[in-house]
Design a protein around this ligand. Structure first.
Ligand code: GDP
Ligand code: MG
Length: 437
């Protein structure tokens, strides 16, 4: 989707002034791109109509080129379409906050309920409790226990009992034991049926959750939107967790859901690991769709992984293009987990997979890097361009490694610097265009 929309803009960019016909033809392409991405037909129609009206209307900003204006409008309208700003979970003034995870079988309720509990535990110092209300498969309880254990979050279960009783007992248990959040892992079905809805309605009536969070599978496109409509009509939902966004290159479900159901996406699941969850930010998603990458999420991710002060320092240095080898070593050490690193890098626009594989990190490599850097002089660390062959030889001998190892490190560092420059260029462009946030 991103590519198609970008190409529609490219055609606009090459022109000095924008005519009504230009806007119309760009809109035709955007419309096609959205339909191809499986965005709901009516949503596409309304969207292109609004953008066309605004783009051909009186709203003209002197600081922007005509193409930039269209991009700005598309960005703003995409953001609006997805709900405007990040919608938060309803937190109950009288703890515990009960979050009821609902959805079809396989949508991702169990995994993402646990991810969500983990997120609140880590970021807001909450004490969450997971409650096993999916009693139809013994494996469901075990699955919840496994993820609970990984996150060090307790699981309340009563075996194959009555889900309504379990939910109630779970909430009581939370009250007695000072858990301030309860996540109810409910059962799903392959299709929406009355028995499922009745059970969910009974749980809802019994525990009166602060938040009914519907989990839908982004990869199912329009179906996800239909499921959301059905659950909202039958049960009433408060928010949507769009799981498996990592598998939905087209973004159609994310774009349509709010407009069709009126209920916001609050979180997105971005992978199978328990850390793969993010609050949903419509503005960032719009920017991502427009191919500008997602700088804020990237920086947030970084902050989660390093301590905040280091991240601030690093960000400042990155912005000034003054990254040194000492910072580099620091940064590598923060990312001992290669997947976390990959994840971050993949959010940078224009990064290709070749660059990604070159940037892989493993613990041994990190140890080598630390060894190499510690046998450099301070001057060399701050200004690696002075490292000539004889210095390389000295450094290699000092750390017991080969010259090739020193070369590889310098190359990686160079790549990191390039990336930083690219990143800085991006944010500047984003700011100038006024479309980032
Ligand atoms: P439930 O039946 O609704 O409880 O679904 P589960 O939580 O058991 O998830 C079903 C499958 O989807 C599991 O294999 C999960 O690992 C996978 N899954 C859940 N969320 C995500 C996600 O955000 N991305 C990816 N790639 N897989 C996910
Ligand atoms: Mg489940």
């Amino acid at each position: 989707l991103s590519e198609k929309i970008t190409s529609a803009f490219k055609k606009l960019k090459s022109r000095g002034r924008l005519s009504e016909a230009d806007v119309k033809s760009a809109m035709r392409e955007i419309k096609l791109a959205l339909l191809e991405a499986d965005v709901n037909f009516k949503v596409v129609k309304d969207f292109t109509k609004t953008v066309t009206e605004r783009a051909t209307g009186a709203e003209i900003l002197e600081s922007l080129s005509p193409a930039q204006q269209v991009i700005k409008i598309v960005n703003e309208e995409l953001t609006k379409l997805m709900g405007g700003s990040n919608a938060k979970i309803n937190i109950s003034p009288n703890p515990p906050t009960v979050v009821m995870m609902v959805g079809l079988q396989g949508a991702g309720k169990t995994t993402n309920g646990a991810k969500l509990a983990g997120l609140f535990k880590k970021q807001q110092q909450k004490r969450p409790l997971l409650v096993a209300c999916d009693v139809y498969r013994p494996a469901a309880i075990d699955q919840l226990k496994v993820v609970g254990e990984k996150l060090d979050i307790p699981v309340f279960e009563m075996g194959q009992g009555d889900p309504v009783e379990i939910a109630k007992a779970g909430v009581d248990y939370a009250k007695k034991n000072a858990y301030d959040m309860v996540f109810l892992d409910t059962a799903g079905r392959l299709h929406i049926d009355e028995a499922l809805m009745d059970e969910l309605k009974n749980i809802k009536a019994e525990v009166q959750p602060s938040e009914i969070m519907l989990v839908v599978d982004a990869m199912t496109g329009q179906d996800a939107v239909n499921v959301a409509t059905a659950f909202d009509d039958a049960l009433g939902i408060d928010g949507i967790l769009m799981a498996k966004m990592d598998g939905d290159a087209r973004g159609g479900a994310a774009l349509s859901t709010k407009a069709v159901t009126g209920k916001p996406i609050k979180f997105i699941g971005t992978g199978e690991k328990l850390a793969d969850i993010e609050p949903f930010h419509p503005d960032r998603m719009a920017s991502r769709i427009l191919g500008m990458g997602d700088m804020l999420t990237l920086i947030e991710k970084a902050q989660e992984n390093y301590d905040a002060k280091k991240a601030a320092e690093l960000e400042k240095k990155m912005r000034a293009n003054r990254l040194t080898l000492t910072d580099f070593a620091d940064q590598l050490a923060q990312f001992k987990d290669p997947e976390a690193m990959q994840n971050m890098l993949s959010m940078i626009p224009g990064m290709d997979s070749k660059a990604l594989s070159g940037a892989q990190v493993d613990e041994k490599a990190v140890a080598h890097v630390e060894a190499i850097i510690s046998s450099m002089t301070l001057k060399e660390r701050e200004n690696p361009s002075i490292i000539n062959f004889s210095r390389k030889k000295r450094i290699a001998a000092g750390c017991g490694l080969k010259i090739e190892d020193v070369n590889r490190l310098l190359k990686q560092f160079e790549m990191m610097q390039k990336m930083t420059k690219q990143l800085n260029g991006m944010t500047k462009r984003g700011k100038k265009r006024g479309g980032m946030n």
